[in-house]
Structures are given as C-alpha cells and as structure tokens.
Design a protein around this ligand. Structure first.
Ligand code: AHR
Length: 502
C-alpha cells in the first residue's frame, strides 16, 4: 500500500493545548487506593503517595487531572474527605457498590497535583446535591481566607487557596445510571443556576457543562442543544465522553475508531454553534473531551450479568483492562483526532490514570508498570508542540463494518517554530499490509529526522503484564528517510508512529 501527505504552513489549525494531555482520577476500584495512594508502600512518602506511580505520571506527561469522578461524584460529599483522617466517615459509594474510607480527599488530591505540577479539574456533585454545596466547595477551594470554609481549609493545613480554574458541572447527567439523572431541560436549568452563581464568586472560572455520555445515547444531539439553550451564557465548555473496544474480532472497525471520534467532535461543535446562532451569542463553546479511551465495556457487562457482585468492598479490582498493541494504536489514533480538532477541543482527559482502564498498572505493595497505551500518550504529549498544521492525506480506503470506508492512513502534524521541529503522528490501520508513506515536508524545510519510533508487533494482541511489563514498547522506526524535504517511511500493519524532524 502507498499513501502520501503534505502539510500546509500558512494557516495552522490552532496551537497544541497542553490540556489535551489530561487524565482522570476517580474514586473507583483501585485508581486512588493502591493506585496513586498507598500508605505503607515501599515507595510511598509520609503523604502516602506512591513515588513509583508519580514517576510514571510524570513520564506520561499528564497536564490536567479530572477528579473525583465520574459516576462517583454524583453521590459524593466532599466534606467527608477533608480534615483529620481519623474523624472522616466511612461511606457507601452507590455508583460502584464499594466502601469509601475517605482517607484520600480533596486536600490530598491537591497536594498530589502540586507535587506533579498538574492542573486540577474539579467536578461538583449535581446528582444528590446542588447549588449550595457547589458554592461551599468553591469557597473551601478558592477563597483566600477569613470565611468559615476558607479558614477551615487553612486549619486543615492549606492556608493558600487551591485556586482551581476548571470545574465540571456534574457528570454524565444524561445517563439513566447516574445518581440523580435528569432530563436535558432540568439539567440545563440546574447547571445554568450553579454556573451563574459560581461565576458570581469568581468570573474567571472555566465551567464545563455535561454533554452526552456517548454519541450512541438516544438523546444525543437534542441533549446538547437543550442544555446549551439553558446554559450557553454561563458555561465555557461542553463535555464529550467516548469509549471504544474491539467487538467480535472486528479489528478493522476497531482500528477505525478515530473516524467515529472525528464525527462526534464535529457534530457537537456544529450543535453548539447552532444554539449560539439562535441565541445570537457570538461566544464559541469549547469542547472538553473529558473521558475517552479503549474500554472493554461489553465484556465487563457480560461478566457482571453472569456473576453479579453484591458485596461492599474497599478498592476492589474493577475494570482493570489489560491493553494490547491494537489498543495502543487506537489510543494513538484518538490522540491524532483530538489534536486535529484543537480549534474546538481545548481540553481532554484519558480515563483513567491508574489501574481502572488505565495506562499505569500497580500491584498493592508491589511494582507499577506501563500498559501498551501508555506509550502513544507519553510520546504524543512529549512531541506535540507549537501549532497543529493542516495536513492533506491521500491514501487508499478500506471498508469497515462499523465506520464505512476509511483511509488506511491517519495522521496529524505539529510545528514548533521556536525550536524548528516538526512532528508527524501517523497510523497504519491496515490489519495485514505495510504502508509506504511519502510525506512532502518541503514547506518546513527539515534537514534531519531526530527521532522516529513505532509501536507495532507481529502479534497485535501482545500485551504488557506484571510478569512481562516491557513486552510491548516503541521501537526505532527503521525504514525512515529524508531527502530534499520529502520523508519516506514504511509503516507496519496495525501500527502507530511518531517521527520528529528538525
Ligand atoms: O470512567 C469510568 C466511568 O465511565 C465514569 O465513572 C463514568 O463517567 C463513565 O460512564
């Protein structure tokens, strides 16, 4: 197979937003407990944060972290997780049918973010709670001092405000599974009231209203339009969530998942703009893709139907998906889609960070390791700099069951004018044929390939495990040549690559 691409330098799409490389920590399964936090672990400091995990988070290049949920937030009382640990209540978490000890809470999360230079993205509970509690949480977090809740924060050891800029107005409120689920009109009104009051406290907050929890939701489209009709003036972003998996051995469709993400992003942007036009509001709502990943959801649902669990456990092992090469290629391709839409998607969170559908896995008391999906995320976060360029692609199409005919090649390019580097992120979606790529980069006049790495394997289902944590790692891309500003590369089937030139 042969494909070609060229880049245009005159009219970049948008800058690369650091917030594109966000992640998500929910009080779910072992994401917090025995994930990022495990007092007594050999690498944990006095704060209980696992240093081995923190090092991997740094290597992953995570910029923001959404917290504390997810479905969990819709039943959460934030006050339970602050103050002296021995006085914090143990509660039931109905979302995940678990016991929450509250030994890790808001202040621990903020300290953890600070040590890793991560920007927090805080979600408020609009399920069991509402306006008053959201305002209390905001006062506790952001008010400097001299009020009841800001003084309480200081007494809890945090005299400086947490100064959280980005806030999610609930989570997946369109989902019937959500505690306190609402119809679009009711949620839109509730979110608008909360948003307006939060902005009375601080007009510089960036607020994310809930969009659909997936493009296959029956209310998709009308949900976004109705919610924005109510809340357009008061919010800044609308959320998108999407999880992909290989269904019934259909690898070709799975590898084309980014085509679905492209369509999803473009539909939500068009819907938001249509509402803006109707309201005659010149503001453009940005998109926060604050849950995305590969998740073998249907497998978990089938298992849960056969073996329903009715116990209440602390930090149980739930949805600890083990990722393979194909999953990593899809994750790399989803990042290409997010970058390509940087004019609208200004924040994103891969869900989740540790153990729960995560790039980082841990054993309690034991090691931490990188799943296959860790690698495209880390390499993209490192190499995507400067501006996202418009890229013209010419590639053969191949038919897929779920997404119709898609090009076998997908790619995006970024250009850092300051350092004079250009990075190409490319995917070969063919399940069995290598792809020879001819990239015309003469407009950028690169002189050398400084780094070229590929993630692929003879076995697209090879995975990293506790026993073989480095079975799948990126390898130098061997057949890569640059001549007179034209780059040629041979991309193996089912592969994701990054090529940086200067
Ligand atoms: O990330 C796992 C769950 O997926 C989140 O709690 C929820 O928001 C989504 O449905």
């Amino acid at each position: 197979l042969n494909a070609s691409l060229h880049v245009e330098t005159s009219d970049p799409i948008a800058p690369v937003h650091r917030r594109t490389f966000g992640s998500f920590v929910e009080h779910m399964g072992r994401c917090v407990y025995t994930g990022i936090y495990e007092p007594g672990h050999p690498t944990a400091g006095p704060d209980g944060f696992r240093r081995d995990v923190a090092d991997l988070v740094r290597e992953l290049g995570v910029s923001t972290v959404r917290y504390p949920g997810g479905n969990f937030v819709s039943g959460y009382r934030w006050e339970d997780g602050v103050g002296p640990r021995d006085q914090r209540p143990v509660r039931r978490d109905l979302a995940w049918h678990s016991i929450e000890t509250n030994q890790f809470g808001l202040d621990e999360f903020m300290s953890w973010c600070r040590t890793l230079d991560i920007e927090p993205m805080m979600a408020v509970n609009l399920g069991t709670r509402g306006l008053a509690e959201a305002l209390d949480l905001l006062e506790y977090c952001n008010h400097p001092s001299g009020t009841r809740l800001s003084d309480q924060r200081a007494a809890n050891g945090h005299p400086s405000p947490h100064d959280i800029r980005m806030w999610c107005l609930g989570n997946e409120m369109d989902g019937p599974w959500q505690i306190g689920h609402l119809d679009a009109r009711s949620y839109g009104r509730k979110a608008a009231q909360v948003a307006r009051a939060m902005k009375m406290a601080d007009r510089d907050l960036e607020l994310v209203v809930c969009g659909s929890s997936g493009s296959s939701m029956p209310t998709f489209g009308t949900w976004e339009a109705t919610v924005l009709e109510e809340a357009y003036d008061a919010v800044d972003h609308i959320s998108l969530h999407a999880y992909y998996e290989e269904h019934d051995g259909d690898l070709a469709s799975f590898l084309a998942s980014a085509a679905d993400m492209d369509g999803f992003i473009e539909s939500v942007a068009a819907t938001a703009d249509a509402v803006g036009a109707r309201l005659r509001d010149p503001k453009r709502i940005q998109l926060s893709f604050d849950e995305w990943n590969v998740w073998y959801l249907s497998r978990h649902q089938a298992e849960a139907a056969v073996h329903p669990t009715d116990d209440w456990r602390i930090a149980p092992r739930v949805i600890e998906d083990r990722y393979n090469v194909a999953d990593a290629v899809v994750v790399g391709n989803l990042l290409i889609s997010l970058l390509r839409h940087s004019d609208r998607v200004t924040a994103a969170s891969q869900a989740q960070l540790a153990n729960v559908i995560a790039p980082i896995m841990t054993e309690p008391g034991g090691p931490a390791w990188r799943q296959t999906v860790f690698h495209p995320f880390a390499l993209t976060a490192r190499a995507a700099r400067g501006q996202v360029l418009r890229t013209g692609l010419t590639a053969p199409g191949h038919g897929t069951e779920r997404h119709g005919t898609v090009p076998v090649l997908d790619a995006v390019a970024t250009h850092d004018e300051e350092n004079g580097t250009v990075s190409l992120f490319v995917v070969n979606r063919s399940t069995d044929e290598p792809l020879t790529l001819d990239a015309d980069l003469r407009a950028l006049a690169p002189v050398a390939v400084t780094d070229a790495q590929t993630l692929s394997d003879e076995d697209p289902y090879a995975a990293n495990t506790l026993e073989t944590p480095d079975r799948v790692v990126p390898r130098p891309a061997e057949e890569t040549r640059l001549e007179g500003g034209r780059l040629s590369a041979v991309l193996p089937p089912v592969s994701w690559s990054v090529i940086t030139l200067s």
